[in-house]
Design a protein around this ligand. Structure first.
Ligand SMILES: [Zn+2]
Length: 389
């Protein structure tokens, strides 16, 4: 009789589903907070799938569980192990993990199998394999995915059970206290990334001034600046600035926020609204670009040509200001515009962006060098991290 794995017969789906749903709202200690990945899968689902693919269903062992009743009893026991395993808070609980690992070893001749994910993406399968004690391998074509997986799987495993080297942890923990698991590398990453941040802040912090919201005297940190690229309308009677945006809607989640293009002569600026919704579509469509002022259109080929001749400009559309726990969209202030107006550094790395005909790429718009993808302020800050000593 062919052996059947638990996953082929039955699973406690309700519990797995509710825990997967709950995981979406975990904000601390989850890889999602570590780096954006666009198609992240719930960790606890992967954990359940890997585990139940390795553990046999009791019906595969009639010598141990001869009657259906015996099999159901054993299946219920396996379910209870799995139901503990998928609880987020148990992710690093040694006793829960040991129970799960022992069960895998029963059906794999005492040898932990290896897991290979050739399309690892955000690393859900390899990290859950590693958690269950499997030697995990992750591949991906996308270098972002490879970096995420290196940082999440490979580097921590190299430094497993290694003492930290930063002076704070040494004085705090003493030289002879052994560090368990990843606590050593965690302490070092925290210490040295804070050091790097503080040094960088000394060099470029002044380029990112705080701001006051209208009617409020408190200085707030600006989290984000949203920019738009600009071309000029080709209608000789208009020649206005056209912001290249697919939509004027800025936020639809907790509040409705949208930008209204306002013209002073040929120059565009934006009014930020927090009620109602925009009656204007974005300017960029599949076929081309529409001028919000006069309604004239430009084909995408014309916009690309403008880009290749270096005539696409940029404009700050809005800033997102942290006010207590709220994120407030506000129009750019003169001070913020001045602070963003940074001279281009002269020691940026040069490099051509590869061009793949038929693919979505920036080359067609004249953005064919990596440095062209960044604002001068971004370049300055990136270089400062590069050369901070
Ligand atoms: Zn126009």
């Amino acid at each position: 009789m062919a052996t059947k794995k638990l996953i082929e017969v039955a699973l406690p789906l309700e519990k797995i589903n509710s825990e997967s749903e709950r995981e979406k709202h975990i904000t601390q200690g989850h890889p999602a907070t570590f780096h954006l990945w666009w198609a992240r899968r719930p960790l606890v689902t992967a954990r359940a799938v890997i585990w139940s693919s390795l553990v046999d269903d009791p019906s595969s062992h009639p010598e141990l569980f001869p009657t259906e009743e015996d099999q159901q009893k054993e299946r219920n026991r396996l379910f209870s192990i799995l139901e503990d395993l998928v609880v987020w808070e148990n992710s690093n609980d040694p006793s829960v993990l040991k129970k799960a690992k022992d069960e895998i070893l029963k059906y794999t001749n005492g040898i932990m199998p290896k897991v290979l994910d050739p399309f690892a993406g955000g690393g859900t399968i390899p990290i859950e394999g590693q958690r269950l004690g499997l030697e995990s391998y992750a591949y991906d074509l996308n270098p972002v995915s490879v970096t995420i997986n290196k940082a999440m799987l490979e580097i921590p495993s190299i430094f497993k059970d290694v003492s930290p080297v930063n002076p704070d942890a040494k004085s705090l923990l003493g030289a002879d206290i052994s560090i368990i698991g990843s606590e050593g590398i965690k302490s070092d990453v925290e210490y040295y990334s804070n050091m790097l941040r503080d040094k960088a802040f000394k060099k470029v912090g002044h380029l990112y001034p705080k701001t006051r919201l209208p009617g409020n005297n408190v200085e707030n940190v600006v989290n984000t600046w949203i920019w738009t690229r600009i071309v000029h309308c080709k209608n000789p009677a208009c020649l206005c600035e056209i912001p290249l945006v697919r939509s004027f809607t800025l936020c639809k989640k907790k509040q409705n926020v949208w930008a209204e293009p306002i013209y002073d002569g040929k120059e565009v600026s934006f009014k930020i609204h927090t009620d109602g919704s925009s009656d204007k579509k974005g300017t960029v469509g599949r076929k081309g670009v529409l001028c919000p002022k006069c309604g004239s259109s430009l084909s995408l080929d014309e916009v690309r040509e403008i880009g290749r001749s270096g005539r696409i400009g940029v404009k700050m559309l809005t800033m997102i200001v942290q006010s207590g726990t709220r994120r407030v969209y506000a129009p750019p202030t003169t001070e913020q515009l001045l602070a963003s107006n940074v001279q281009k550094p002269d020691d940026y790395p040069e490099g051509k962006i590869a061009y793949f005909p038929g693919c979505l790429n920036t080359n067609r718009y004249g953005l064919d060098e990596f440095h062209l993808l960044f604002s001068n302020r971004q370049l300055t800050t990136l270089l400062c991290f590069f050369f901070t000593n």
